[in-house]
Design a protein around this ligand. Structure first.
Ligand SMILES: Cc1cc2nc3c(=O)[nH]c(=O)nc-3n(C[C@H](O)[C@H](O)[C@H](O)COP(=O)(O)OP(=O)(O)OC[C@H]3O[C@@H](n4cnc5c(N)ncnc54)[C@H](O)[C@@H]3O)c2cc1C
Length: 1011
């Protein structure tokens, strides 16, 4: 009996023979893009520039813009293309009306290679040609990830229309194989769920399923009537579980339970895929009606690895290409073995994967008419032809649509075709021998593992393609990953934490002074802003007496704590981080109730607190050891730091654990004793943070917890002679008072008070004429309305260039109108309540001011009746001098300003008292450079949201009236809590000098700590 491998080789060789009968290049069309692709494959930088240029081109309207971008992207590089660009640009400047259209035409042609038609009419013409070649079709509407429900409705209508037209056209078409045709309807439509619902949140699959089912039912019903097939495509990992759940839910409904013509995609590059497929098969058996699975490797490998790299989480995909290949083969077998319940389709251009599927089918006695091969339009034409010739069923995946919405698809195809590890490139561009291409991937996994070690750090091919991700050195800081609410387990944990937090409503929390729990007669309630009748908990109110006690306790503790080795202090913070991690869901749940944060926002806050602890611990280790200033004979001069004394930490409610924890942790780890005061609106969060430090073993008095009125204890402590440092984050009004008051030296005061003062912002984002509007809208909406606009980093002024204004506004308003507003206790809510009644009234007043000053362009009509809900509001015709453009509102209110050009945009953006965050959406490298250099903001964000700073990666803080220039989560932050000191010793005796001094020495600690 022949082994499977030799059968695969034989079949693969046969395919190659047939392929070679009609030699074809990687790109079926020669010319301009053939050359570009060849260059891309050999020059990574050029590839990046090319893909970026291709992505921006369809949105450029004027010839001059095209020429300008061409020059910005390509001139000055060393890629062999730039001389051509140079000539091109010179010619183009002379005759832009010819050159730009020619360029646009070339890129359109490049795209058209992968797009089967711009409209149903064009696509049908393509399908007819394929029919003559015995190739079937599945049609997909280009464009994904809609930003509003209006756009989602348009897509649903497009799918419906397409279905009708395809059914009409193919009435008389028959199955090319004429056997088992009932399993493979002629009309086959591929649907992407992200195009059908704009408010999808991984945390809220039930909400997504409810919305998507409403949109999909009519389509499925009609498909059933017309005898058509609907396939659920698979997109990024974040949507995978929802897509699977939706598929199973809707197809178990009575009306679809017996309908066999629906399918779903399984991506073999996912580690989860085997489990998912088993689960689907089991579900299919229970349902009792066959369904289809298209097995692919997966089109989002680069996206998934980039995203998880940013989040510090494990990528959901395999990191070695042969692992994906081997898994594809494993799942191929599983599909065939369950052929009675699942009809397989294999979506691959890889001859090894295809030949393997053929061989396994044969081994298991499965007739070739019971499965099909699916390949993409515009790719691997020779393989399609070969498969047809061999008597297999072949279907082509045909995208339909315009270039602009198709850009994401086009870039995925270009990436796939130029990937170092892709089969098509290996076969058609690099002529790798057939024997190599047909090797068993399982064997390659082993050799690839060995290869990873070799290539690391040397730019080996694995590494270039991201196959081996760098392991970070053990002593370097790593951010804690965010909780992924994609998983049911995380959703369940959060639900259960919310239930538990509810049970503890009304709990009373003491002050904590000198290691003792202290109660007073006054308790302050902290209410749920989404339901103000609910009291989340009570804080004990401290008065001046307790404040005095806290200062004494801190002062006493400081004298010992300051001499504690920094390693002990760093380890304390690491224990705090561990406890925060352990109690993560519990703390997030409390934030949801106490300050109205959405789940992911609350989790982000806890993550930030954890990061502050681990980051500052690491930074303290860096700063703690005295460092030799210079190497000179006979003298040792060591520079090091001492703590300042007693630090008073005053935190806001909007990041109720992160900011409080960050400032307190910085104080404690640097050897100061700290008194922390949470905001009056987030006492419970503060009290729980104190418990965490206590559990971590903070010595008595080193951290003291005082809740109470800022005007009483806050003012008292700011003025106190024994307070050496004030770390404040909050409003400008209070911040400036603290700044002023701290400048006065009181009788008996030891130190000049150091003030860390982080205040508000009036943050602007500028939208360039060539900006990617999908991203612009998505990020602007999130930056302006996420957590109800109550982040000091939130977007409050959107500055639009005249040229773009109408296009942006139309989409912005419909995106705002689609937002989910509600009680954040429910998953997937984007806009919850504002913090309390005074804030609610103040924001409403600003809205009234806005109505007088400017034009109310949008305001949500419905918000929950109870709670402090403010409808998301957008004003247009806003001028820079208006109050709504100058004053911080701290709520879901966005002002839109129209400007002529980038000069004016910068002038407007910089024309405020504040300089906290700012942003820019653009695809012009020159304009991006200009904004990077000129925008007045402590944190400048390009082509992303202007909120969500990450500790260590985006040190956060502003200047002008936004703050004193300190950067929380940055390398120099701890220096604010320290005084520098230098110790110089003459080490020579009678002219004899010892050898070289150590670069670092142990701390100057006395008495020396016992070992
Ligand atoms: C008809 C059809 C429909 C499709 N529908 C979908 C869909 O709904 N959803 C979807 O996501 N994709 C879909 N795809 C796209 C498909 O995922 C890619 O075209 C496919 O992955 C390319 O695989 P291949 O077997 O043709 O080529 P190969 O060259 O053998 O494989 C390339 C693939 O290997 C994987 N890979 C690359 N580098 C690595 C690495 N370092 N480690 C691990 N794995 C790696 C990636 O998935 C990459 O795409 C579809 C493809 C076809 C043909």
């Amino acid at each position: 009996m022949r082994s499977l491998q030799s059968d695969v080789e034989q079949r693969g060789t046969r395919i190659f023979e047939l392929v070679d009968k009609h030699p074809e290049r990687l790109f079926s069309k020669a010319g301009f893009y053939q050359r570009l692709m060849a260059l891309s494959m050999h020059d990574e930088r050029f590839k990046t520039q090319l893909f970026r240029f291709v992505a921006v081109l369809p949105s450029l309207r004027r010839s001059s813009e095209i020429i300008q971008h061409l020059e910005e992207y390509f001139s000055g590089s060393n890629d062999g293309f730039s001389p051509l660009v140079g000539v091109g640009v010179r010619v183009a400047r002379l005759v832009p009306w010819i050159s730009a259209p020619v360029l646009r035409w070339n890129v359109s042609e490049m795209a058209r290679q992968f797009i089967a038609g711009r409209n149903p009419h064009e696509v049908i013409a393509t399908l007819r040609k394929r029919r003559a070649q015995k190739i079937g079709f599945t049609v997909d509407v280009l464009g994904e990830a809609v930003v509003s429900e209006a756009e989602a409705d348009e897509y649903a209508a497009l799918y419906g229309d397409l279905l009708e037209k395809l059914a009409q056209e193919t009435k008389d078409w028959t199955d090319p194989l004429g056997k088992n045709a009932e399993l493979f309807p002629v009309v086959n439509l591929s649907v992407k769920i992200s195009a059908l619902y704009s408010q999808m949140s991984p945390a809220a699959p039930a909400d997504a399923i409810a919305h998507l089912s409403t949109k999909l039912r009519p389509l499925l019903r009609r498909a059933r009537e017309l005898g058509a097939f609907i396939n659920f495509d698979m997109e990024s990992y974040a949507l995978k579980n929802t897509t699977l759940e939706l598929f199973k839910t809707i197809l178990t409904e009575a009306e679809f339970k017996a309908w066999p013509h629906a399918g779903i995609v399984i991506q073999a590059y996912l580690r989860d895929s085997e489990g998912d497929l088993c689960d689907l098969i089991e579900w299919g058996r229970g349902r009792g009606t066959p369904f289809a699975v298209r097995l692919v490797k997966g089109a989002y490998w680069d996206y998934e690895t980039t995203k998880s790299g940013q989040n510090g989480s494990n990528p959901p995909v395999f990191l070695q290409k042969p692992e994906s290949d081997a898994n594809f083969e494993k799942l191929t077998r599983m599909l065939f073995e369950n052929n009675s319940v699942v009809t397989p389709a294999f979506g691959s251009h890889n001859v090894r994967s295809i030949a393997h599927a053929q061989a396994v089918a044969d081994e298991l006695g499965i007739d070739r008419s019971r499965f099909e091969f699916q390949l993409l339009y515009g790719m691997a034409g020779a393989i399609k032809r070969a498969l047809v010739e061999m008597g297999y069923r072949v279907r082509e995946y045909c995208p339909i649509g315009e270039l602009l919405p198709g850009m994401a698809y086009l870039v995925r195809r270009l990436l796939e075709n130029t990937s170092n590890e892709g089969f098509l490139r290996a076969k058609f561009a690099e002529n790798v021998p057939a024997r190599e291409l047909l090797r068993d991937p399982k064997e390659l996994i082993k050799s690839a593992v060995a290869g990873i070690g070799d290539s690391r750090g040397h730019g080996g091919s694995n590494q270039r393609n991201g196959a081996s991700l760098h392991a970070t050195d053990s002593d370097s800081f790593r951010n804690a990953p965010l909780v992924s609410f994609i998983y049911k387990d995380s959703q369940d944990k959060m639900q259960s934490a919310l239930r538990e937090a509810r049970k503890r409503f009304g709990e009373k929390h003491p002050l904590y002074i000198g290691g003792e729990k202290i109660w007073t007669d006054n308790l302050t309630p902290s209410v749920n802003p989404a339901e103000p009748t609910e009291i989340v908990g009570y804080g004990t109110e401290a008065g001046v007496d307790e404040a005095e006690r806290a200062v004494k306790a801190a002062r006493a503790a400081f004298e010992k704590w300051r001499w504690t080795p920094f390693e002990e202090r760093a380890q304390l913070l690491e224990r705090v981080a561990d406890i925060l991690e352990r109690r993560r869901y519990e703390l997030s749940a409390v934030e949801v109730f106490e300050v109205g944060k959405a789940w992911s926002e609350a989790d982000g806050d806890i993550r930030e607190a954890i990061d502050f602890c681990t980051f500052y611990a690491q930074q303290m280790r860096r700063l703690g050891r005295p460092k030799l200033t210079q190497q000179v004979p006979g003298e040792e001069s060591y520079h090091h730091y001492w703590p300042r004394g007693v630090a008073f930490v005053i935190a806001p409610w909007n990041f109720p654990i992160a900011i409080l924890c960050g400032m307190a942790a910085a104080g404690v780890v640097t050897g100061n004793a700290v008194i922390m005061k949470p905001s009056e609106q987030s006492i419970v969060c503060g009290a729980i943070l104190m418990q965490v430090f206590e559990e971590a073993g903070i010595p008595p008095g080193v951290l003291n917890f005082l809740s109470g009125h800022g005007s009483v204890i806050g003012a008292h402590l700011v003025d106190h002679k024994d307070v050496d440092l004030i770390a404040f984050t909050g409003s400008r009004e209070v911040g400036l008072k603290i700044w002023e008051s701290a400048g006065i030296t009181r009788l008996g005061q030891r130190e000049l008070k150091r003030v860390i003062c982080e205040m508000g912002g009036k943050n602007a984002m500028i939208v360039d004429a060539d900006a990617d509007l999908d991203e612009t809208i998505m990020y602007s909406i999130y930056s302006a309305f996420g957590f109800q606009g109550q982040k000091c980093s939130a977007l409050s002024r959107l500055i639009l260039l005249e040229e773009n204004y109408d296009r942006v506004m139309e989409r912005l308003i419909s995106a705002a109108a689609s937002l989910r507003i509600g009680n954040p206790e429910q998953p997937g809510i984007m806009v919850g309540p504002v913090i309390d009644e005074p804030a609610y009234r103040r924001i409403l007043e600003y809205i009234e001011i806005g109505k007088k000053e400017a034009t109310l362009a949008y305001q949500a009509k419905e918000v929950p009746p109870h709670g402090y809900f403010i409808p998301p509001t957008i004003f247009t015709d806003v001028k820079p001098n208006m109050r709504i453009a100058r004053e911080e509102i701290f709520g879901p209110v966005l002002s839109v300003l129209k400007v002529r050009d980038l000069d004016e945009a910068l002038e407007v953006a910089n024309g405020t008292d504040y300089a906290l965050t700012g942003g820019f959406f653009s695809r012009s490298p020159d304009n991006i450079e200009r904004i990077k250099a000129r925008l007045e903001a402590g944190n400048v964000y390009i082509n992303r949201s202007c909120t969500g700073a990450i500790v260590g990666r985006h040190p956060f803080g502003g200047f002008k009236m936004s703050g004193s220039g300190t950067k929380a989560g940055g390398e120099d932050y701890l220096l604010n809590f320290l005084v520098p000191r230098v110790v110089i010793e003459n080490t020579s005796r009678h002219g004899f000098a010892p050898g070289q001094s150590l670069e670092y020495r142990d701390e100057f600690l006395w008495p020396k700590p016992r070992q």
